[in-house]
Write a protein that binds this ligand. Structure first.
Ligand code: C2O
Length: 567
């Protein structure tokens, strides 16, 4: 393991639209790629260069074992870093590997551009799955108006509007290829290009870092083989396209055909399209599709027949030509995230079949890392909650978890730290108290098996994210969950930190409370989270020598975190 050190400054710069701004790290959005290996130690010095807002950075999907106070969730795991101040995020990765991202988690800063990719490599990555190169693509919807302005408009919007959430102005792939400038087939920044050699495979690590729009991704004439989902290696699935909800990540293998027909331009569109179920395309000021390019680097003995085939700078792919690499396109299954299965010891047969189809590209042994969930939740630890979006008596669109709608605590307060203050813990231990009201914090015991039964009363799908855990996804369905008929999969359920709860439907997910901390559980659509669609689970540290938590605990909060609340 290595120590990786980063020095970041969060600031605001002028955005592409007139009078707009982007929130950036070291001048860029998407911000720096963190690329590390399993068990590395990560030190990120974050300096808040904003004029008058606090900030914090959340490491989405990283479980933060023993360091819940570095989870970066403003008002929950820490008080936001005040303007001018620096906080050192200092944590050691557990065994987590895969594709994820970091983002601002104070107010609407993520929506204004404060995010970037994060990749944790596994040592056996290349022996277990064969591919020659890899590329990270961070996809994001973009708004030209400051997100706080949009949030106010959204919360108080006119009741006759059926879809009140702000509609994005643009969609970018690694900050380029935006639909807004794209109607004539090009834009000033050009397109992000993935280079690939005929006959080789490339792993694309795809991240939806957006705030609102689910995205459908495809590559002209190429099959996508899904191999990793939010850090979980999956039984490989071949698809023609896939959908990324906000905050979800997928790794796909793309194989470049070895025998490219000579009449084909050796470049193909990578297309990402906003899915319009959430809003009417008429409201878009742009093409709902943004693009990048998959470009073949041709072997020396290849004789091109036209300039465009050389892939000269400025040449862009033409319409799909030929059927390179995608002869079985039409027979490919329709993508459904709830049909994904983990590669794990318990589903050998299924794995083996899938793998045979992939012609031994993947070694099962190396990917068997996941275990089964416990068979039952502990008694009385099935926690039902309902998500809804409602207009309140003061005519605001608020999101609700049961009857409550979360609000950010004032700048000097955060659940984890306020817990310390309440119990007089000072610089020391936290114990988990219900604060500021039991309606937004579910206080759990250490090392129990807990089920959450989530009911989505809204007519849209919602991507739910739990910090600190990758829940087992036991079941999903329409209407209300009924234990007698709602099928739960206890044999080979997926584990992932961000999952879709379908419109007017339910999902049941299970965790074992072995990771102490105050953890947010929320819809990852920025408008819904900031409209109140968030609650917290609180898990106390492990009891010492069988004593209860009141007589001692193992997780102490560093002084640097406590200081943020006093500045
Ligand atoms: Cu991506 Cu609450 O986080």
């Amino acid at each position: 393991p290595q120590i990786r050190i980063y020095r970041w400054t969060v600031s605001e710069i002028p955005g592409p639209a007139p009078n707009s701004t982007r929130m950036v790290v070291n001048g860029r959005s998407p911000g720096p790629l963190i690329q590390v290996s399993v068990h590395d130690r990560i030190l990120v010095y974050v300096t808040n260069g904003l004029a008058n807002e606090g900030t914090s950075i959340h490491w989405h999907g990283l479980p933060q074992p023993d360091t819940p106070f570095y989870d970066g969730t403003g008002g929950i795991s820490q008080c936001p870093i005040p303007p001018g101040a620096t906080l050192l995020y200092n944590f050691t990765l557990g065994g987590w590997t895969g594709t994820t991202w970091w983002h601002g988690h104070t107010g609407m800063q993520h929506t204004d551009g404060l995010y970037g990719p994060l990749v944790v490599h596994a040592p056996d990555e290349h022996t277990s799955i064969k591919y020659e190169s890899e590329e990270v693509i961070t996809l994001s919807d973009v708004y030209g108006t400051p997100a706080n302005t949009l949030l106010n408009t959204y919360l108080t919007s006119n009741p006759v509007e059926t879809v009140p959430e702000p509609v994005p102005d643009s969609l970018l792939l690694n900050g380029r290829g935006g639909g807004a400038q794209d109607r004539d087939g090009g834009n000033a920044d050009g397109y992000f290009e993935v280079m690939t050699k005929p006959g080789t495979s490339t792993r694309l690590r795809l991240i939806n870092a957006g705030s609102f729009a689910p995205l459908r991704l495809s590559i002209d004439n190429h099959v996508l083989t899904i191999i990793e989902v939010d850090g979980t290696p999956v039984v490989p699935v071949r698809v023609r396209d896939l959908v990324l909800q906000p905050a979800q990540r997928y790794s796909v293998l793309v194989t470049a055909t070895p025998d490219l027909p000579t009449h084909v331009t050796p470049a193909f569109w990578i297309r990402a399209r906003m899915i319009d179920e959430k809003f009417a395309y008429e409201n878009l000021k742009m093409e709902p599709e943004a693009r990048a390019v998959l470009r073949y680097t041709l072997p020396d003995d290849y004789t091109p027949t036209s300039a465009s085939e050389l892939g000269l700078p400025g040449s862009v792919p033409g319409p799909p030509a030929g059927d390179a690499g995608a002869r079985d396109w039409d027979s490919l299954p329709h993508f459904d995230e709830w049909t994904l299965r983990p590669l794990s010891a318990e589903n050998d047969d299924e794995d083996a079949n899938a793998l045979r189809k992939l012609e031994d590209e993947i070694d099962i042994e190396a990917a068997k890392r996941r275990e089964r969930p416990p068979m039952h939740a502990d008694a009385d630890l099935t926690i039902p909650f309902t998500f809804s979006i409602q207009r309140t008596h003061d005519q605001n669109w608020r999101s609700f978890i049961n009857e409550t709608s979360w609000e950010i605590p004032p700048p000097g307060e955060a659940s984890l730290v306020s817990d310390l203050a309440r119990v007089g813990g000072g610089e020391g231990n936290f114990s988990v108290k219900v604060w500021p009201g039991d309606q937004v914090i579910a206080a759990l015991e250490y090392n129990r098996t807990v089920d959450f039964v989530i009911t989505n009363l809204d007519d849209g799908d919602h991507p739910f994210h739990l910090h600190g855990y990758a829940p087992w996804l036991l079941g999903v369905g329409r209407g209300r969950y009924k234990p007698a008929t709602g099928h739960l999969d206890l044999t080979s359920p997926m584990r992932r930190d961000t999952f879709t709860v379908p419109r007017r439907g339910w999902a049941v997910v299970r965790i074992v409370t072995d990771n102490p901390g105050y953890w947010a559980f929320h819809c990852h659509i920025a408008w819904h989270m900031m409209g109140g669609g968030l609650f917290q689970i609180a898990v106390p540290p492990a009891p010492i020598n069988g004593n209860s938590i009141s007589s001692g605990s193992t997780t102490s909060v560093p002084a640097a975190i406590l200081e943020q609340c006093r500045m």
